[in-house]
Design a protein around this ligand. Structure first.
Ligand SMILES: Cc1cc2nc3c(=O)[nH]c(=O)nc-3n(C[C@H](O)[C@H](O)[C@H](O)COP(=O)(O)OP(=O)(O)OC[C@H]3O[C@@H](n4cnc5c(N)ncnc54)[C@H](O)[C@@H]3O)c2cc1C
Length: 356
């Protein structure tokens, strides 16, 4: 069986982002890389959105950027703007096409369906697989989105709705998210922050149908695309083995309070590329102890007080747009952190801190 210098297990967002970063910086000219991916074909399966707080390799895969967003509860609505940090959406189909066409030009890079097809005994392995679905009692962000198209121009495509809590919370945390890609096309997602035990929250089709009809007042539309997902809001318990470096969600790249992962994956890929020749001796990359600590308390509050979360999220966004964006994108300084913390209800956060 063929041996490889490097192996990436999982050719998804993290695996392909890393391979692309290595390839465009000529790290694979004289080294061989095997990518283990078990899907049969690459097609659009996700829409990755984030605030662009630094430049990334996939600007040409962005389908839409916005400078304005709203957040609302059943009582209040608040609009924020940032020209410094636009919110961007990436079409995963475009991402896969771009990366795969670049990688196919290098004969040192090969794809396999299963690790057993190669000899990886002496390889350095980047692993993006973890079987988190077993941890049903943990906190997850689970959601379904539909991209709809209407015959008339209905949406204001200059502004996205980040969180609409004006919906049935069913004793958990629930909001809708609307990304208007054009005046007649938008991705609308129903999103829950809860464990995965309660199957009754998963009537996503009905939730979306009701929201589109009753809240957005849209009667006629066609569905172009559906995406469904679960994002773990806990760190995976994966053993750190010698010569195995975990990446992507498996490598702790998900910000637990938000589920945002895409841009963290890009930063991690850059770190791995910059330290590529001595990667085994480098310390494990993480999003920052400060965010791990603050997110842990935040999620404790969320678990203990789901009914208070619409108001808490709403209050967080009463800061300037750039302060909140930097905080949620792990780029805040101590003054930003202080501003965010000062808007939070003190007693329930102190209780969560004590009972941590
Ligand atoms: C529908 C959806 C939407 C999301 N939207 C956003 C967003 O808007 N913004 C954001 O920041 N984050 C978002 N995320 C979170 C995160 O960015 C994605 O989950 C991202 O794809 C994580 O990258 P990854 O490489 O860790 O996992 P994946 O992209 O899932 O890659 C893992 C790869 O491993 C393959 N695989 C699995 N098991 C095996 C096996 N046994 N053998 C070989 N291959 C295997 C899979 O086919 C897959 O290609 C979203 C997640 C989902 C599910």
């Amino acid at each position: 069986m063929k041996e490889f210098d490097y192996v990436i297990i999982g050719g998804g967002c993290a695996g392909l982002s890393l391979a692309y970063e290595l390839e465009i910086h000529n790290k694979l000219k004289e080294k061989s890389l095997a990518i283990i991916e078990n899907r049969n074909e690459y097609k659009r399966d996700k829409t990755w959105s984030f605030w662009k707080v630094f430049d990334h390799n996939f600007e040409d895969c962005v389908i839409k950027s916005w400078n304005n967003f709203t957040i609302n509860t059943s009582k209040n609505s608040h609009e924020l703007s940032s020209s410094k940090f636009p919110y961007q959406s990436i079409d995963s189909g475009k991402f896969y096409k771009k990366v795969n066409s670049k990688l196919s030009c290098n004969s040192n890079i090969s794809f396999f369906k299963n690790l057993s097809e190669i000899n990886s005994t002496n390889s350095i392995i980047f692993n993006s697989i973890f079987n988190g679905e077993k941890n049903k009692s943990e906190l997850w962000q689970h959601f379904q989105g539909v991209e709809i198209e209407t015959s008339k121009d209905i949406f204001d495509d200059k502004i996205l709705n980040l969180m609409d809590f004006n919906c049935d919370q069913r004793k958990d945390v629930h909001f809708f998210y609307t990304l208007p890609f054009s005046r007649n096309r938008a991705l609308i997602e129903t999103t829950w922050l809860s464990d995965l035990e309660n199957q009754s929250l998963r009537d996503y089709d009905l939730q979306l149908e009701n929201y589109i009809k009753n809240n957005l007042a849209i009667k006629n539309y066609k569905i172009n695309f559906i995406e469904k997902g679960t994002i773990p809001l806990f760190y995976p318990s994966i053993e750190n083995k010698n010569k195995v470096i975990n990446i992507g969600s498996a490598g702790g790249m998900t910000r637990l309070s938000t589920g945002y992962t895409f841009l963290n994956i890009q930063e991690h890929s850059k770190y791995l590329r910059e330290n590529f020749e001595k990667i085994n001796s480098k310390k494990i990359y993480h999003l920052g102890k400060k965010y791990q600590f603050l997110d842990k308390i935040f999620l404790q509050v969320l678990k203990n007080n789901p009914e208070k979360m619409p108001e808490i999220f709403y209050k967080m966004f009463q800061n300037s747009a750039n302060t909140v964006i930097k905080f949620l994108s792990n780029k805040s300084n101590i003054f930003d952190d202080f501003k965010i913390i000062s808007k939070m209800p003190k007693i329930i956060f102190i209780k969560a801190l004590i009972n941590r």
